[in-house]
Design a protein around this ligand. Structure first.
Ligand code: GDP
Length: 445
């Protein structure tokens, strides 16, 4: 899976991480190569472009972390961007199969691996979720396909609906539903007829089957080796029958992998599973983290940078604590706190953790604060000059007007912020006077 892309990216980042210092030019060159590698892997142009843009934006805004090289940091950013573009379903391997018997509709082009995948998923549901599954082939044009499903069913120990000659796809679907209900099955899977290409007649048939079965999941099975074509097929099927997810097959081959990277971004539909071989257990859930790791193959570096970032945050927190202990608390400190709050899920989260903030926390709650308030407050501080931030006493009428205008807000918003700052600064001072460390520790108890 992803060998070529992986190799290409590996080359780019090996060079990058060996350099001690990186110039903006180095990063640009590397990203140009990343873009080419993505396009060669048959990732769609728009997705490749957005990907590189996202990485560039993050790389420029990033705080420099001690103990890792800039190159290593870029690797981590690329890794995160890969996870982002690959991420689809919250829990890709969990199919909606409550309310038995739950119908699952399997659709796709002929030869894409639909029948094989149907049996693989049935096996998985049986073994991992202890579900009773019934499979039915609706491929009335190809008796061999019906038999193939029966053979696979016997192989994995999953029942198949007996074949009755002369029935239409809709009739088979109805019979499957009936049999599943009477037989007490948890799930029934409908393996629809394949087609060589998108074909109006067969599409209508799938729609008719969908309408009688009202499936909980409609999974499109496509050949991952076909790259962007797989993505186009997914768009078509989604438009015509509506799909809830995609299974990419033949990901065991040395495919270029582009379909995996473009699918969610282009179609909005998540990849749920990947087929990685002909055997019945060659099916994996599509976990973004794991796949990104496989593509980049630089897990060590990613872990290293994560660790370093944690250390950096801990250092920043400690530095801030030292300032508080000295009773120092200017607008920069307040900004740091506000940003921290945003990260930790809002105002309440942090206030609850800060000593003596219980009362303020209640006021904030009553005033109906939310994250947009935090963002506005940060914008106000950003509009202040360095001197003003360091010494908020400078904030008099004319400066206030300028700051409010600079952030597109009102002077009254700024006054509120100043009041909040003053309350917090007063408290810091009191705690500072109570003695180093001890007071804070006491207050935290
Ligand atoms: P259908 O026409 O869409 O039902 O396709 P089939 O299920 O009959 O599969 C066509 C061929 O592809 C069969 O020989 C399968 O064994 C093979 N196949 C299906 N999935 C995979 C996969 O993930 N990897 C590999 N290597 N072969 C697969």
């Amino acid at each position: 899976m992803f060998e070529n892309l992986s190799e290409r990216l590996g080359g780019v980042f090996d060079r990058l991480t060996k350099q001690g210092a990186l110039s903006a030019e180095d990063v640009k060159t590397a990203l140009r190569e990343v873009r080419v590698a993505l396009l060669e892997a048959d990732v769609s142009l728009a997705v490749a472009r957005d990907f590189v843009k996202a990485v560039e934006a993050k790389a420029t805004g990033q705080a420099v972390t001690k103990s890792v090289t800039p190159g290593q940091q870029v690797v981590k950013i690329v890794h995160d961007a890969l996870v982002d573009v690959l991420r689809g379903a919250e829990d890709p391997g969990t199919l909606k199969i409550d309310n038995p018997p739950a119908p699952i509709l399997m659709v796709g082009l002929q030869g894409g691996g639909k029948t094989t995948t149907t049996a693989k998923i049935a096996k998985r549901l049986k073994e991992r979720e202890k579900k009773r599954v019934l499979m039915a082939s609706l491929d009335t044009n190809r008796p061999a396909a019906m038999e193939q499903l029966a053979i696979l069913g016997a192989q994995v120990g999953v029942d198949t609906l007996p074949i009755v000659k002369g029935e239409s796809a809709v009739q088979i679907a109805k019979r499957a539903k009936q049999q599943a209900t009477l037989g007490g099955y948890d799930v029934y899977m409908l393996d629809t007829a394949g087609r060589l290409h998108i074909d109006e007649v067969l599409m209508n048939e799938v729609q008719a089957v969908r309408d009688v079965a009202t499936p909980r999941e409609t999974l499109l099975v496509v050949d991952g080796l076909t790259g962007q074509v797989a993505v186009e097929v997914a768009e078509e099927f989604d438009a015509k029958v509506g799909i809830t997810g995609v299974v990419l097959t033949r990901m065991d081959g040395d495919g270029r992998g582009g379909a995996a990277l473009s699918m969610r971004a282009v179609t909005g539909k998540p990849i749920r599973f990947v087929g990685v071989g002909e055997k019945m257990d060659a099916l994996e859930t599509f976990e973004a983290e794991r796949i990104a790791g496989r593509i980049l193959g630089m897990g060590d570096i990613v872990a290293l940078v994560e660790k370093a970032q944690e250390t950096l945050e801990a250092e920043q927190a400690e530095r801030m604590m030292k300032r508080f202990q000295k009773g120092l608390f200017n607008m920069n400190d307040l900004k740091g706190q506000l940003e921290q709050m945003l990260k930790m899920g809002g105002m309440q989260g942090l206030m609850g953790m800060m000593p003596g903030m219980g009362k303020l926390s209640k006021q904030i709650d009553e005033a109906g604060f939310d994250d947009s308030v935090l963002r506005r407050q940060i914008a106000l501080i950003n509009s202040m000059t360095k001197k003003e931030r360091a010494n908020p006493a400078l904030l008099q009428a004319s400066r206030k007007k300028r700051i409010a205008a600079g952030s597109g807000l009102e002077v009254s918003d700024l006054n509120q912020l100043i009041k909040m700052h003053r309350q917090m600064a007063d408290m810091m001072k009191k705690m500072g006077k109570m003695g180093k460390g001890g007071a804070l520790k006491q207050a935290m108890k």
